[in-house]
Write a protein that binds this ligand. Structure first.
Ligand SMILES: [Zn+2]
Length: 158
């Protein structure tokens, strides 16, 4: 195995010991499965991981998922409420965009973002701290996105 330090091309994390951000993502999914109650932050895990690796999303969905992060962190919206309002939109046929990236449409940020917390940091804090860590991660991401001017105008004020 190479001892060279690799850097995540998307979130800028240093990959130690050959572990990538995706490995950390799987580790967190494993914890959610392993420990009762840890799945309570699953919606934030999925959002945070993808928003730090925006090429996994389509370009069209980016404003919508940024709004979701804002709604969860500062809007006090619960995952249940989010699911209800999304289902209503899908049922009414208003969802005319694709969530996942295609070759011709990948999410990105107009301004470089300096993340203060990444997937590996959540894992490093350990399984016992998992729920608190993911909440911190989401908070830190909204702050970093706001600071870098990447939030849509209607939610940037905070
Ligand atoms: Zn990464």
């Amino acid at each position: 195995m190479s001892t060279e330090l690799a850097i995540c091309p998307e979130c800028g994390a240093s990959w130690q010991d050959g572990l990538t951000c995706q490995d950390y993502f799987y580790q967190m999914l494993y914890w959610e499965n392993e420990y009762p109650g840890h799945g309570v932050v699953h919606h934030l895990l999925v959002l945070c991981y993808h928003l730090q690796h925006p090429r996994l999303y389509s370009a069209e969905i980016m404003p919508g998922v940024l709004k979701m992060l804002y709604d969860f962190v500062e809007g006090g919206v619960s995952p249940q409420e989010m699911r209800r309002s999304m289902r209503a939109r899908v049922d009414s046929g208003k969802r005319d965009f694709k969530i996942t990236a295609r070759a011709d449409s990948q999410g990105s940020y107009s301004h470089p973002v300096h993340w203060t917390m990444r997937a590996g940091d959540v894992v490093a804090r350990g399984a016992d701290e998992y729920i608190a860590s993911v909440n911190l991660w989401a908070r830190s991401m909204l702050d970093a996105l706001r600071k870098s001017g990447n939030l849509p105008a209607n939610i940037s004020a905070g």
